[in-house]
Design a protein. Structure first.
Length: 528
C-alpha cells in the first residue's frame, strides 16, 4: 500500500515544478520521516521541512514514487492542488481579490446614494452601547435604523469577505508548526485551520481597514470629479523608462482598473512584516507589552530600541522586493508605488529613508503618485490609532486634529494652480507640511469615526466631572466632532462639537469647544 506523501502549496505561489527543480533534501532523512508514521508529512511553501532545512528535488520525488510513495499536492485548506499553470493560479487568485474590491467600491459609488458617495464608519470595536441612550432604540427612529442597517449590511458583507481572504493570504505567508521528529505523535497543524496569532490578526485587520478606507475615499474623489467633468486619464501609470510627469492641467478621473490595481498595492503593503527578522521584533513587542486581557501596558518607556525600529521601518522595501522578485509581472506600477512609498511624507520625512535609497533632497524628483499620497494618509491614520513598537495608541479625535494641523495646500507659487494631482513632487521646493491638504479633506469626508448610538466620554473643564454622551448625528466634514446627546436627570441636551461660541467641553480627554443647543445644565447636574 502506498504511503501518501503530501506537500503544502499555498495560493498565489509558484507551480510545484518551480521549487522541485531547485530544491535539495537528504533522501534517507525524508524516507525516515515518512516511514515513522502513517500520517502525511507536510512541507512549507517552498518544499522545506520546517526547522530541518531540508528540501526535495524532482529527482528525489521520482525515487520516492519508485519506492511506493504517492505524491499529493494540497492547498493550505487541505484540498487537493488542481493542475494548472502558474499564471492561471495567480490570475484566478487575483481575480477573486478584484471581485471583492469591486463589490465594495460599487457599494460606495451607487447612483442612488444621496449627496455623493457613502461614508465608511470607522470604530475600534470597543463600543459602549447603552440601550437606554441609543437613539436608534427610540420610537420614530425606524427609518433611520433601517437605513443604517441596510448600508452597514452591504458594507459588512464585503468587509467580511475581504477579511477572510486576507486571512488566507496570511496563512500562506506564516508557515508554522510543521511536522518534525519531535512531535510525530501529535496531529499535524495546518495553518489555514489554526487561529491567527496576535501579530497576524493585527496585520490582517490593519490591511482590511486601510484598503476599505482607501476605496471609500477614492470613490468620493471619483464622484466629485465625474460631476465637474474632469478628464479621464488615458494612462494607467507611467512606465519606468518614461519621463516622470502626469496630466498637469487638472485633476483627472481614474480608470477603474487603475483603482483596483492601487487597491492591490494597499493589500500587499504590509507583506514586509512577514520577514523573519521583522516578525521576530514585532512578536517581541507584543510579548512584552500585551497584557492577558488584550490591553497594552500604558508605559511610554517600554518601547523598542531605535536600532530595532529602524529594521521594522524597512518593511515597505521588504514587501516591494518580495513582490518584485516573485510576481513582478502581475503587480502594476501603481501597486509598486504604493507599497514602496506609502510611508513617505510631503516634506521628505518618513520611510524608506531617501538618502539611504539614493533619493537626494536637493536634486531628485520623488515620484509619489496621488493615490500613494492618499493611502499614506489612510495608513498613517490607522497605524496611529493602534499600538505600535514606538508609541502608545492615539485617540481618534487627536489624530484627526494632527492630520489637519500638518496638511498643506500644494499650489504653484506663480500661478496658484492646484498641483496635488501631479505625479511629481519636486524635492527642490521645500514642503511645509506632511500631508496633501486636499486628500486629507477628502479622506475625512469619507469616514465616520463614531457610530450612531455609540457612547463617548465628555467632560466640562471647570468641574472635571465625566458623563456619557451618545452620538446622534455626524458632521459631514468633521468626523471627530459629532453631534451628541446627553441625558441628565431625565433631561436631554444636545451638544454640537463644531460650535466654538460657548463653553469648552472635552471628548475623549481632549479639549473640544462645544455648545449646548437646547438648555445649558448647571454644574450641580453633573454630580454623581
Amino acid at each position: 500500500m502506498s504511503t501518501k506523501f503530501k506537500i503544502n502549496i499555498p495560493p498565489m505561489e509558484l507551480s510545484p515544478d518551480h521549487y522541485i527543480k531547485s530544491a535539495r533534501v537528504d533522501i534517507k532523512t525524508l524516507e525516515k520521516l515518512v516511514n515513522i508514521s502513517n500520517n502525511p508529512v507536510f512541507f512549507d511553501e517552498d518544499c522545506t521541512l520546517y526547522k530541518r532545512g531540508k528540501k526535495i528535488t524532482s529527482l528525489e520525488v521520482e525515487q520516492l514514487k519508485k519506492k511506493g510513495y504517492l505524491l499529493i499536492w494540497i492547498t493550505n485548506d487541505g484540498e487537493p492542488y488542481k493542475e494548472g499553470s502558474k499564471e492561471e493560479f495567480i490570475y484566478d487568485t487575483k481575480a477573486k481579490i478584484e471581485t471583492t474590491l469591486l463589490e465594495f467600491f460599487n457599494v460606495f459609488s451607487e447612483e442612488d446614494v444621496k449627496k455623493g458617495a457613502r461614508t465608511l464608519s470607522y470604530f475600534d470595536g470597543k463600543d459602549l452601547f447603552k440601550p437606554q441612550l441609543n437613539p436608534l432604540q427610540r420610537e420614530g427612529a425606524q427609518k433611520l435604523r433601517q437605513q443604517i442597517m441596510s448600508d452597514s449590511g452591504k458594507i459588512s458583507i464585503v468587509k467580511e469577505a475581504l477579511y477572510n481572504f486576507l486571512r488566507q493570504i496570511n496563512s500562506d505567508m506564516s508557515i508554522s508548526s510543521i511536522r518534525s521528529i519531535g512531535n510525530v505523535d501529535k496531529s499535524i497543524n495546518v495553518l489555514a485551520n489554526k487561529k491567527m496569532d496576535e501579530l497576524s490578526y493585527r496585520i490582517v485587520s490593519h490591511t482590511t481597514m486601510t484598503t476599505l478606507m482607501f476605496l471609500a475615499a477614492i470613490s468620493r474623489i471619483q464622484s466629485e470629479r465625474v460631476k465637474r467633468g474632469a478628464q479621464l486619464s488615458s494612462k494607467r501609470l507611467l512606465e519606468k523608462d518614461e519621463k516622470k510627469t502626469f496630466d498637469k492641467d487638472k485633476r483627472s478621473q481614474y480608470l477603474e482598473e487603475l483603482i483596483l490595481d492601487a487597491s492591490l498595492g494597499c493589500i500587499f503593503h504590509a507583506f514586509g512584516y512577514y520577514h523573519q527578522e521583522i516578525r521576530k521584533l514585532m512578536d517581541k513587542e507584543i510579548k512584552d507589552f500585551l497584557q492577558p486581557d488584550g490591553s497594552y501596558i500604558k508605559d511610554e518607556s517600554k518601547i523598542l530600541p531605535e536600532k530595532e525600529l529602524i529594521l521594522i521601518k524597512k518593511y515597505p522595501l521588504v514587501a516591494y522586493n518580495i513582490l518584485s522578485s516573485e510576481i513582478n509581472r502581475d503587480v502594476s506600477a501603481i501597486a509598486d508605488n504604493i507599497i514602496k512609498f506609502h510611508g513617505s511624507f510631503l516634506d521628505g520625512s518618513g520611510f524608506p529613508d531617501r538618502k539611504s535609497q539614493g533619493l537626494g533632497d536637493d536634486k531628485f524628483k520623488h515620484p509619489i503618485h496621488e493615490l500613494t499620497r492618499l493611502f499614506s494618509i489612510v495608513n498613517f491614520f490607522d497605524i496611529m490609532i493602534h499600538r505600535t513598537p514606538n508609541r502608545l495608541p492615539v485617540r481618534r479625535t487627536e489624530i484627526v486634529e494632527y492630520l489637519l494641523k500638518n496638511s498643506v495646500d500644494n499650489l504653484d507659487p506663480l500661478t496658484e494652480v492646484d498641483k496635488q494631482g501631479i505625479w511629481d513632487i519636486d524635492t527642490t521646493t521645500k514642503q511645509t507640511g506632511l500631508f496633501d491638504g486636499y486628500l486629507v479633506s477628502e479622506f475625512l469626508s469619507s469616514i465616520h469615526l463614531f457610530k450612531i448610538g455609540e457612547s463617548v466620554l465628555i467632560r466640562n473643564d471647570l468641574n472635571q466631572k465625566c458623563f456619557l454622551g451618545t452620538v446622534i448625528r455626524h458632521n459631514p466634514n468633521l468626523p471627530h466632532r459629532p453631534i451628541l446627546e446627553v441625558k441628565l436627570k431625565d433631561k436631554v441636551y444636545k451638544i454640537n462639537l463644531t460650535d466654538r461660541d460657548k463653553k469648552e467641553w472635552y471628548i475623549d480627554d481632549l479639549h473640544e469647544t462645544v455648545s449646548i443647543i437646547e438648555e445649558e445644565p448647571s454644574f450641580d447636574q453633573f454630580e454623581d
